[in-house]
Write a protein that binds this ligand. Structure first.
Ligand SMILES: [Zn+2]
Length: 135
């Protein structure tokens, strides 16, 4: 019985796009909008916006235009790169006690230096520009 459901689901999803980072974000945003609206405005229009986000995410998941959906996701990943790289820097700096991680102000390459050497001049390994940071 369960196999049958699994199989038909598999057949239903064959050739469809499925989920990606942008869809995860859309669902997360929809839930966030719904919760905030529930606690503050309680506006039916804001709820409609949340519904629209869920619909959009569902549409993208079931879409057969895989190429176009991939392009949207790539665009989304490009747009959010500064935010994501900032988060990954914070994560690395919190978990690594021996090194400190900086982002090159010119090319945004992540640069790792040993901790505890005071103010140092860092040379970016990618673009060779230098910047000063406290290690
Ligand atoms: Zn650089």
């Amino acid at each position: 019985m369960l196999d049958k459901i699994k199989n038909s689901l598999y057949r239903f999803m064959a050739g469809r796009y499925g989920t990606d980072s942008l869809n995860n974000f859309l669902l997360f945003a929809a839930i966030a909008v719904m919760l905030i609206n529930m606690l503050t405005l309680r506006s039916p229009f804001v709820n409609l916006l949340a519904d629209a986000l869920i619909f959009l995410s569902l549409f993208r998941t079931l879409s057969r235009n895989i190429w176009k959906r991939q392009k949207e996701n790539i665009k989304y990943m490009e747009l959010t790169r500064p935010v994501r790289s900032r988060f990954s820097l914070i994560k690395k700096n919190a978990s690594d006690k021996e090194h400190k991680y900086f982002s090159c102000p010119h090319c945004h390459q992540t640069v790792r230096v040993p901790r505890g050497h005071g103010k140092i001049e860092i040379t970016c390994p990618r673009c060779k520009s230098t910047f000063e940071r406290k290690s």
